[in-house]
Design a protein around this ligand. Structure first.
Ligand SMILES: [Zn+2]
Length: 96
């Protein structure tokens, strides 16, 4: 298994340079039910096919971004910086 991920900051790199951050999901409101928070934290769709995911450029710029990837073929269709609810770019988020 080998595939490239196009880091929005650094360009194409082998997936081994990155860390997987899980499926991208909408975060529940702070006052949402325990069931909503439990589902958000613990239940994953584990879809076969296209999925939006968080990835982290561990051995590069160390920034988090979103990847649309086919989980069956590992084809990376698109990468993008996250956006705020108003559509504006979110501030860059550096990992450890
Ligand atoms: Zn990068």
């Amino acid at each position: 298994m080998s595939f490239l991920i196009n880091c929005p900051n650094c360009g194409d790199r082998g997936f081994i340079e990155f860390g997987f951050g899980g499926e991208a999901q909408s975060r529940p409101a702070p006052d949402a039910s325990d069931e909503s928070w439990t589902s958000y934290v613990y239940r994953k769709g584990n879809h076969q096919g296209m999925q939006t995911e968080w990835w982290y450029h561990r051995f590069g710029c160390r920034l988090w971004f979103l990847v649309n990837r086919n989980t069956k073929t590992n084809e990376v269709v698109e990468t993008a910086w996250p956006k705020l609810k108003d559509g504006k770019p979110a501030p860059a988020w550096k990992g450890k």
